[in-house]
Ligand binder design. Structure first.
Ligand code: GMT
Length: 377
């Protein structure tokens, strides 16, 4: 198949999933055209079968705002015509589903070729935060309903979409995935020594530092852990809540034990030196960062929000606690860092879950089957 993938270039799970799907589809013999405002995060170097098309949004003195939806839909029309796309796959509904539906309408109207079918994958905040906002909800709901196929990354997100946006279109749940041949704990003693002595435990958090991630809870849980166990906190990623992390670490007297690493393209070496991963988010439709940690044998302590219980089984492959319950989260963290048998058992269960349920070879065929169903309809 010839697939156009629309995604965000910025840091965030939806872009990562879109690019990993593009690479996996290309490896399976499909032609893949990635359409984005910029070279997406983690696209990396040349990948056979995968071509990147940049969206232009020319400015004009009259406009105070960039006309991104028009530029994106226009690029999709051009790529679809030149490349004969079968599928336009929009990752993150806002505004990608809208641009994809508009592009299909343009191609339908001109009758030059069979217009491609539109598949929209819902990732989380495109529904729960942005899409459900009354300023956008009518157009977001319309664009999802007008898609030929709709997928969501968890059952929880599927339910939230039907509830919050009154979507009528059937939604297939296709979970996020990892390239399990690459995602495994690396031997990285030298890197570990850079951050921690032999007795010091490494606690990690990785995100785009948005308010939904509850960065204050990350630092509060860490401070409670550090009061009992020698530990450092590695914070990877970037976003508006970075100053919150700095401020809270200073207030709690743990600033010297917190390292801000900034945006990182390759997180595998970092996850490979971690002993514990914290994800106390307010909302999380899936929690790709937790899955990445689990694949690297790192036990996760998270909130039981959204789709996280579909990824982590509480007490078996990680620990889940109510949003904001920093006391319970730190107790689980301390237990994991002081009980080697528990740490081993949870880490092994986490790796097993990833390998049994969330590897590319299991999930990518679900997308291919979804595309085939949509093309046949
Ligand atoms: O966390 C974000 O705000 C970014 C957002 C995105 O666009 O990448 O993340 C969402 O999509 C990821 C990939 O499907 C999921 O793993 C994240 O759980 C989800 N984030 C939220 O629901 C908050």
């Amino acid at each position: 198949m010839n697939v156009g993938i629309i995604c965000y270039a910025s840091m965030g799970g939806s872009g990562i999933v879109a690019i990993e799907l593009g690479k996996a589809l290309a490896d399976r013999g499909h032609q893949v055209h990635v359409i984005s405002a910029d070279q997406p995060f983690r696209l990396g170097t040349f990948h056979p079968g995968l071509v990147f098309h940049q969206v232009n949004t020319p400015s004009y003195p009259l406009f105070r705002e960039p006309q991104y939806v028009i530029g994106l839909a226009n690029t999709v029309v051009q790529v679809a015509r030149e490349q004969g796309l079968d599928i336009i796959h929009a990752h993150y509904a806002v505004p990608h589903a809208t641009a994809a539906v508009l592009a299909r309408q343009v191609l339908d109207a001109t009758h030059e070729t069979r217009a491609p079918r539109v598949v929209t994958t819902l990732h989380g905040t495109d529904i729960t935060v942005v899409g459900a906002d009354p300023s956008y909800s009518e157009i977001v709901a319309f664009s999802i309903d007008q898609s030929d196929g709709v997928t969501a990354v968890s059952e929880s997100l599927r339910a939230a979409t039907c509830r919050d946006l009154a979507i009528h279109h059937p939604i297939d749940v296709i979970p996020n995935f990892l390239d399990c041949t690459a995602y495994r704990r690396l031997a990285s003693t030298d890197l570990r020594r850079r951050y921690a002595s032999d007795e010091t435990r490494i606690v990690m958090h990785l995100s785009n530092f948005r308010p939904v991630k509850r960065i204050d809870s990350v630092v509060e849980v860490f401070a409670r852990i550090a009061a009992k166990v020698p530990a450092v906190l590695l914070l990877a990623g970037d976003g508006p809540e970075v100053p919150t992390a700095r401020r809270r670490a200073r207030q709690l007297g743990v600033a010297d034990q917190v390292r801000l690493l900034g945006a990182q393209e390759n997180v595998l070496p970092l996850l490979s030196i971690a002993d514990l991963f914290l994800l106390p988010s307010e909302q999380e439709s899936f929690g790709l960062a937790a899955l990445e940690a689990m694949a690297c044998d790192v036990p996760v302590v998270a909130s039981n929000a959204g789709g996280l219980p579909e990824v982590i089984e509480d007490g078996v492959s990680g620990f889940l606690h109510p949003v904001g319950d920093v006391e319970a989260m730190s107790a689980s963290g301390i237990a994991l860092l002081t009980d080697a048998a528990l740490h081993r058992r949870v880490g092994e269960a986490a790796v097993r879950v990833v390998r049994e349920r969330f590897c590319a070879e299991r999930i990518v065929p679900m997308y291919e089957a979804h595309y085939r169903r949509v093309l046949a309809s």
